[in-house]
Design a protein around this ligand. Structure first.
Ligand code: DP6
Length: 331
């Protein structure tokens, strides 16, 4: 039996940074994102005698995975099985699997593929089990990558931190569907990609920042404001809270030990110019950055032509365009 699924990345408005349990990816706080409609990652999961993975890039060519990448995928499979056992749903789940991962995410796009990969895998793993809830699929995704839990849903979704150490204690839920608000994400990848620490290693450093506790205390207020902004389609409110939270996460990163500086001079220049442009032309556009120098310009359709023109005028940058998408699904 072979099950195929497809998924996409998401862009966070309230950022996930820091865990209460690193191994199980139980987050320290809630977060919230918009699922994108592209680029896609497709997976095929088959019943197999032993765990095996093949990965293919955009050109269809096979990519050799590192030992670390294979270990992470295998650990995810074992945790997924353990979770399904814990809810009494592992009866029809394979003892081992072979995976085929086909990523359509161009390397130059600077979008982490882990959210798309692990949500697609969760979707396919869920296909071996009868009547798994969407919440359970989001737990399966989270066990591989925290932010992947949010890509299980289309539109806008919250990653609910929950409490305790149970495997299923943190999950994602949908705030509004992809038909609720047509937002775009125009992604500008600066030419000089900074060498960086991966998110998994970064999360483990969050608590070393003296600003982390204050961040945790303020997230419930921000999460609430962000949910309201989305429900009310209030772009001004969304922009205010998303930009505040992004800045705050990057301050935590910078003040951790060792210090993490994901943003480059180009990032700061682009953000400054977007601020000038939107003030001049009254555009509904916001800037947000994850663990890298890439700038996401999330905008309403009315601002799209001006934002696209700005993005494509950036010398030496790669531009990628996506809009709100429908989340992971079986194919
Ligand atoms: C900065 O979900 O990539 O993008 O669980 O180790 O895969 P892992 O971490 P990941 O962390 C996301 C960090 C972020 C913010 C966000 O997307 O919320």
């Amino acid at each position: 039996m072979s099950i195929r699924a497809v998924s996409t990345p998401n862009i966070a408005f309230i950022k996930y940074w820091g865990n209460r349990n690193e191994g199980l990816r139980l987050p320290a706080a809630d977060s919230l994102s918009m699922t994108l409609d592209r680029p896609t990652v497709e997976v095929a999961v088959s019943d197999a005698g032993e765990f095996f993975v093949r990965s293919f890039g955009l050109d269809g060519g096979e990519r050799t995975l590192t030992e670390k990448e294979i270990k992470r995928l295998e650990k995810h499979f074992l945790l997924a099985k353990k979770y399904l056992e814990s809810i009494g749903a592992a009866g029809t789940f394979p003892a081992s699997v072979s995976l085929e991962i086909r990523s359509k995410i161009p390397k130059s796009v600077g979008l982490a593929s882990s959210a798309a990969v692990f949500s697609a895998l969760a979707e396919a793993y869920g296909g071996f089990v009868n009547n798994l809830s969407r919440r359970d699929v989001s737990v399966l995704a989270r066990l591989g990558s925290g932010s992947a839990s949010r890509s299980v849903f289309g539109g806008f979704s919250a990653f609910v931190a929950g409490e305790g150490e149970a495997l299923g204690s943190a999950y994602a839920e949908q705030i509004a569907s992809e038909n609720h608000w047509e937002l775009w994400d125009i992604i500008i990848v600066p030419s000089q990609e900074e060498k960086n620490t991966g998110s998994t290693e970064g999360h483990a450093l969050a608590r070393t920042s003296p600003l982390f506790e204050a961040r945790l205390r303020d997230i419930p207020r921000r999460q609430k404001m962000c949910i309201e902004a989305i429900r009310e389609k209030d772009f001004g409110k969304l922009r205010k809270v998303a930009e505040e939270d992004c800045l705050d996460m990057h301050e935590v990163m910078k003040t951790s030990t060792p210090s993490l500086n994901y943003l480059s001079d180009e990032t700061y220049r682009i953000v400054r110019e977007v601020e000038e442009l939107r003030a001049r032309e009254h555009l509904a556009v916001l800037c947000t950055m994850d663990a890298g120098p890439t700038v996401h310009l999330v905008c309403e359709e009315s601002a799209l032509p001006a934002v696209q023109a700005f993005a494509h005028a950036q010398n030496g940058c790669t531009v990628f365009e996506a809009k709100v998408g429908s989340g992971s699904r079986r194919v």
